[in-house]
Ligand binder design. Structure first.
Ligand code: KIV
Ligand code: ZN
Length: 505
């Protein structure tokens, strides 16, 4: 069976999704997990974009040694050199150069002709090749480019040293049949194509990213660019977990394999969702909360008799926690540690101490503490690790006959305890006003949602918010059995991200 190279761009294209901004520690944590998942290439960022991006790529290249580490550069000498500078300590470094190829981009954006584009593409690929053996080139907006020009540019960049040629459906415009024809055309019309790997990179504007990627693989492409949970620009990129599980479940059809350890999929998906603040819709294929749940009686009957009647995949193959074991207030530190380890969290003794204290607090409020509760609890711990301001206390008074009032206590970066109170239109507004008085960073709340992570009146409520400041969106999440406390935590999480981003500028 031939192997498909899995190129993950969660940290580059995925992070371009508005509101998905990640800090350095979070990027490193995702990169470590992608390495565990077994992705072949991690596109760690776009080093020329900002000093923060450069530093994240550099640190990932220094630390993560399993996967190849790739840095993106537009077709510009300084960008190519900066990309190389960031990844030069990687065990397997790759530079990825991109340049638009479509008539629309050439006419309206670059104001260049095809001959100039060909020359610049080759020049920049050759420059990257001067630094590193592994060079990828992408003709941006390839699916709206005349195929003849794609053949021409592909041949030229391979001649100049590209070892991978990636065909991006930048605006999510193509369809499976059309894309398959383009990929087959490349194999037919590019004489030196055997010297490079053909890759694809699909966006999901028409909901076709995974279908387009799979047809391209069936037509001979051997690298697929994708992201965890399908996050990315606009409607996102092709989702890694959907492609990998399609290839695995339909081996009979595709006859292709990957290096992915599928048992790490669920954990990776949760981590990315947690750190980006992008919730996973319940009906999302593979990793949605309902993906392996059966409601219809006739389905349940079939499953009891023989799981394969209605299940095409085993939930355990993606590492979905299968245990129905629940912990409660009598469970000890040892039981918590064992359960967390089964869920894939190897906490340090200090982190475990904090998690145990939080667990006891939760078990006092909630009769049964489930796996989802534990995941939420660990996520809450992670959120507070690198925060500037820490929420110490929140207290509200509200009701149909009173003016909503909130008192908030925060610990400032210098360790000082700050306290203030405010009135609001409702209890959450009052809490946010009080926090604003203490932190004083202007922003606008643009989204607020509450979900319950498990069933029952005592369930943990998870609040996700998005705030906007100077044209950028920051996401925050918070979880608690009290939704006002969860709302306050979510706001602090978003504000801390905003402050961290400002500190990097
Ligand atoms: O969508 C796109 O064209 C890209 C390129 C940089 C590969 O993300
Ligand atoms: Zn893209």
């Amino acid at each position: 069976m031939e192997r498909v190279i899995i190129f993950d761009t969660t940290l580059r294209d995925g992070e371009q999704a508005p509101g998905a901004t990640l800090n350095l520690e979070e990027k490193l944590e995702i990169a470590r997990q992608l390495d565990k998942l077994g992705v072949d290439v991690i596109e760690a960022g776009f080093p020329i974009a900002s000093p923060g991006d450069f530093e994240a790529v550099r640190l990932i290249a220094e630390e993560v040694k399993g996967s190849s580490i790739c840095a993106l550069a537009h077709a510009d000498a300084e960008a190519v050199d900066r990309a190389w500078e960031a990844i030069k300590k990687a065990k397997r470094p790759r530079v990825h150069v991109f340049l638009s190829s479509s008539e629309i981009h050439l006419t309206y954006q670059l104001k260049k002709g095809q001959a100039e584009i060909l020359e610049l593409a080759c020049e920049m690929v050759a420059r990257a090749k001067g630094h590193v053996e592994d060079v990828e080139f992408s003709p941006m907006d390839a699916t709206r480019t005349n195929p003849e020009f794609i053949y021409q540019i592909t041949e030229a960049v391979i001649e100049a040293g590209a070892t991978t040629v990636n065909i991006p459906d930048t605006v999510g415009y193509t369809t499976p049949e059309e894309f398959s024809k383009l990929i087959s055309g490349i194999f037919e019309h590019v004489p030196n194509i055997h010297k490079a790997v053909v890759s694809i990179h699909c966006h999901d504007d028409l909901g076709l990213a995974v279908a387009n990627s799979l047809t391209a693989l069936a037509s001979g492409a051997r690298q697929v660019e994708c992201t965890i949970n399908g996050i990315g620009e606009r409607a996102g990129n092709a989702s890694l977990e959907e492609i990998v599980m399609a290839l695995q479940t339909r081996k009979d059809f595709f006859d292709l394999t990957t290096n992915i350890d599928t048992s790490q999929i669920y954990k990776t998906s949760r981590l990315v969702s947690e750190l980006t603040g992008f919730s996973i819709p319940p009906n999302k294929a593979i990793v949605g909360a309902n993906a392996f749940r059966h409601e219809a009686g006739i389905h349940q009957d079939g499953i009891i008799k023989e799981p394969t009647t209605y299940e095409i995949m085993d939930a355990r193959s993606i590492g979905l926690p299968s245990s129905t074991l629940v912990l409660g207030k009598h469970s000890g530190r040892h039981a918590l540690k064992a359960r967390l380890e089964e869920l894939g969290y190897g906490l340090s003794e200090a982190d475990l101490d904090r998690a145990f204290s939080d667990f006891k607090g939760l078990a006092d409020k909630k009769k049964e503490v489930t796996d989802r509760d534990l995941e939420s609890l660990v996520a809450e711990e992670m959120r507070t690790i690198s925060e500037a301001y820490h929420l110490e206390q929140v207290q509200v008074s509200c009701g149909d006959q009173s003016v909503p009032t909130a008192m908030v206590k925060l610990v400032a970066p210098d360790g000082q305890v700050l306290a203030d109170a405010a009135l609001g239109a409702g209890p959450v507004d009052a809490v946010y006003q009080a926090i604003n008085r203490l932190v004083g960073v202007p922003n606008k709340l643009i989204e607020f949602s509450v979900t319950s992570i498990t069933e029952g009146i005592d369930a943990i409520g998870e609040v996700t918010i998005r705030i906007e400041s100077e044209g950028r969106v920051y996401t925050g999440r918070g979880a608690a059995t009290d939704i006002i406390v969860a709302s306050a935590k979510a706001y602090m999480n978003a504000l801390n991200r905003l402050l961290a981003a400002k500190g990097k500028e």
